[in-house]
Design a binder for this molecule. Structure first.
Ligand code: NOJ
Length: 757
């Protein structure tokens, strides 16, 4: 059986996917059509069915199959894909059953959440976006792909391209922050890293744009909650990264748990059929989210699982992850004439297409290679790449009196905090196959770099006392201060304090919504106790989302946002605090002053009564108890040097549609050390049919400038940047006046005007 199937497959694969056969079809289409013609209805439906392994569950799975039944189903052609089967050997064994024991030998596609690394962990995606260097995302994703592919995997459920404006929603750690333009740039980079230029390469894997759509807009930041979003925000904020990925050839999409204006995203024909597969011409497949087909009923939009299956397949959800709705009911629905078999054929074609592009029909076992698995994972090269990405992802939020970098005159440092010697939290949530407790902690990194400096370590307090692992809930330590006195003593006898506080790995991520994103537990109290004895505190934040830290921001002279920085986090922190690397990150998400300001984001609209800044003016759009402005704005971040902007110019004060405007600026490094600056360009469409934001990011460049040097930076603006979507999804380019800003943060003030004829 095996020999015959492989021979047939190889015979069909001697041409590339684009080559045209004599009847005008591509080889790929011909292969798929031939195979489809040989499939019976049950086998077709089997391709649409995805099961989890029992070894790892990434969602609630009360109906998960036992391994024996699952293997039987694979043999009977009732499974097209599996998730959470990892390892060359495990995937090889399951694949053999599909290829050698099922009637048509169609290989399985193995998916897994490879979000920021497979075994070598990179900074969480939100952190990586803070580098504003998409090349780093290409690097980290290509390494993640190489390791995942060596682990037998074909497909990652990443990148998450949800634009998130609500830091209470724990999944902001998985995305690129609050802005559609930045998210698009990072998402494209991630897909490029995962998929490379050739999906059939043994070191690349298929990517997945998720969660389509609106998931990050869950009401009140509560995960899985409903989404009420108008057409204007949907088309201008939520959808652009998805559209860009669909057009760039991302292999798959995943739909979302949420309803969107009442419609479960998984049952939305508008999103999946009209937009994605219609207008955007997408030819990959859509996988549901975990049981999101079954949840259509729980939302109250289907009477039973059968109706869920009907609604999802009709709406264009091609593969059923874990709901078992398709495998149970699609055949019946076809027999009853309720579902046209053409819909099923379309979904099958899409899935076979991605399997074909991965080269699985040519060699279904090529990813499951035990030798490659030994050689390609967790290598020194991968770890040093992780360190490079981690240090470039950090954001210097405050540096009074140039406390950083630590100079050679400093001879004693206190390293304190619940996260200071934590070698697990830097691995972050969604950590795939990371080895628990395998990260370089801040303490280890500092010790390794601190030649001749006395290090006085004290934990101070524990952050959580139990339940760190997925999926149990955290028990925050609010009472045990027994470590305070050691911490205070360490601070007393040291010239400077490095205080690591924030969130542990599992305080953000899926299902980690919080109503309170201030420092949890005793961390603020610990800071206050140390501050009484030593004011030279560098707060090193480790967290998966923006935090509300007004007191720290006021008192601590220096704050470094280090996020959950991955396997090499401690070394990367040492690189930054000792000045081996000059920080260059900028925030991809606004840090609110208090939780009540949420959702808070830089690209807001003016309102009819914009804030005057005067607290007496209470009939204006402002709060009576706090300012409108955040603690730290989007795009903000300091360096050990300073940059000045001058001579912002536009190539013309007026352009016509179809023309390109050049915007240039001089950026000078006015300090004494070399540094990198993220030069950001924002536009404002001053008078449009629909009110536009006061600022919208439309370009950025990260440039390295020598101390004392000046660089002239040029941007191009065209129809692509100057138009916007009406709420009905129509893209328009409206004549009129624009303002263009170029600077080092979203709070840039200097602008020039031009108009579009
Ligand atoms: C649910 C999550 O929402 C999704 O992002 C993930 O890929 C699946 N579970 C599979 O683990």
């Amino acid at each position: 059986m095996k020999t015959i199937i492989i021979t047939v497959f190889i015979g069909l694969f001697i041409f590339s996917s684009c080559s045209i056969t004599t009847n005008g079809m591509t080889e790929e289409d011909k292969f798929i059509e031939d195979l489809l013609a040989r499939m019976n209805l049950q086998e077709k439906i089997g391709q649409l069915n995805q099961h989890t392994s029992q070894w790892e569950m990434t969602g609630p799975a009360p109906n998960a199959k036992n391994t024996q039944d699952l293997l039987e189903d694979i043999k009977n052609g009732r499974v097209g894909s599996m998730l959470n089967v990892v390892g060359a050997e495990a995937t090889l064994n399951a694949q053999k059953i599909a290829v050698e024991n099922s009637r048509l030998g169609i290989p399985l596609i193995f998916g897994y959440d490879v979000i920021h690394g497979q075994k070598t962990m990179f900074p969480i995606p939100l952190a990586e976006a803070a580098s504003w260097n998409p090349d780093l995302a290409v690097l980290s994703s290509s390494i993640a792909a190489k390791e995942a592919a060596a682990n037998g995997l074909h497909w990652t459920f990443a990148p998450m391209v949800d634009v998130g404006r609500d830091a209470r929603w724990g999944r902001v750690m998985e995305g690129a922050g609050e802005d559609a333009y930045l998210t698009t740039a990072f998402s494209l980079a991630r897909v490029q890293g995962f998929q490379g230029d050739d999906l059939s390469n043994e070191n690349t894997i298929a990517a997945c744009a998720k969660h389509f759509a609106g998931y990050a807009f869950s009401e009140s930041g509560r995960d899985y909650n409903v989404v009420e979003i108008g057409g204007e925000s949907l088309h201008n904020v939520v959808l652009p990264p998805f559209k860009a990925l669909a057009e760039s050839g991302v292999a798959t999409f995943m739909n979302a748990f949420n309803t969107i204006d009442g419609m479960p995203a998984t049952a939305s024909s508008y999103l999946q059929r009209d937009l994605l597969k219609g207008e955007w011409g997408y030819d990959g497949f859509v996988v549901s989210d975990w049981n999101s087909i079954g949840e259509i009923m729980i939302h109250g939009a289907a009477a039973d699982l059968k109706e869920c299956a009907f609604r999802a397949i009709t709406a264009g959800s091609d593969m059923d992850m874990e709901a078992t709705a398709y495998i149970k009911y699609l055949e019946e629905l076809v027999m009853e004439g309720k579902v046209d078999v053409k819909l099923i054929d379309d979904a099958v074609r899409r899935i076979l297409r991605i399997k074909y592009r991965l080269g699985l029909f040519e060699d279904p076992y090529k990813y499951s290679n035990i030798d490659r698995e030994k050689a390609n994972i967790y290598t020194g090269e991968h770890k040093s790449a992780s360190r490079k990405v981690a240090r470039e992802s950090m954001v210097l939020l405050k540096n009074e009196g140039n406390l950083l970098p630590i100079t050679s005159s400093v001879k004693s440092i206190a390293v304190i905090g619940p996260l200071a010697d934590d070698n697990d939290s830097p691995l972050g949530n969604w950590r795939a196959q990371a080895i628990p407790n395998s990260a370089v902690s801040m303490l280890s990194g500092i010790k390794a770099a601190a030649d001749g400096i006395k290090i006085n370590y004290a934990e101070g307090c524990k952050l959580a006392t139990a339940g760190r692992a997925f999926p149990t809930h955290l028990t925050i330590n609010n009472t045990d201060k027994s470590g305070f006195s050691a911490a205070v003593n360490a601070a007393k006898k040291s010239e400077l304090v490095l205080l690591a506080i924030g969130e542990d790995a599992f305080m953000s991520g899926e299902g980690r919504s919080q109503t309170d994103i201030t420092l949890r537990g005793l961390q603020q109290e610990l800071f206050d106790a140390i501050y009484k004895v030593n004011k030279n505190i560098v707060v090193v934040l480790m967290n998966g989302r923006p935090l509300v830290i007004p007191e720290i921001a006021e008192k601590a002279p220096a704050i470094l946002e280090a996020w959950h920085g991955g396997t090499e986090a401690g070394h990367a922190i040492a690189d930054v605090v000792f000045g081996k690397y000059n920080p260059s990150g900028k925030l991809p998400m606004t840090f609110p002053l208090n939780v009540g300001q949420i959702p808070i984001y830089y690209n807001y609209k003016n309102t009819g009564r914009p804030d005057t800044g005067n607290p007496e003016d209470n009939l204006w759009s402002s709060y009576t108890d706090a300012p409108n402005t955040p603690l730290y704005p989007f795009g903000f971040g300091l360096s050990y040097t300073t940059f000045e902007y001058s001579d912002i110019k536009v190539s013309s004060s007026e352009i016509s549609k179809g023309e390109t405007l050049q915007v240039s600026v001089n950026v000078s490094n006015t300090g004494t050390v070399d540094g990198e600056e993220v030069v950001q360009l924002y536009i404002c469409d001053k008078a449009a049919t629909y009110a536009r934001p006061l600022k919208e990011l439309k370009g950025f460049q990260k440039v390295s400038i020598k101390a004392g040097g000046t660089e002239n930076i040029t941007f191009k603006l065209s129809d692509k940047e100057l138009g916007y979507y009406f709420p009905n999804g129509k893209y328009v380019l409206e004549p009129g006046g624009f303002r263009v800003y170029v600077g080092g943060s979203s709070e840039v003030k200097h602008s020039v005007n031009f108009s579009l004829k």
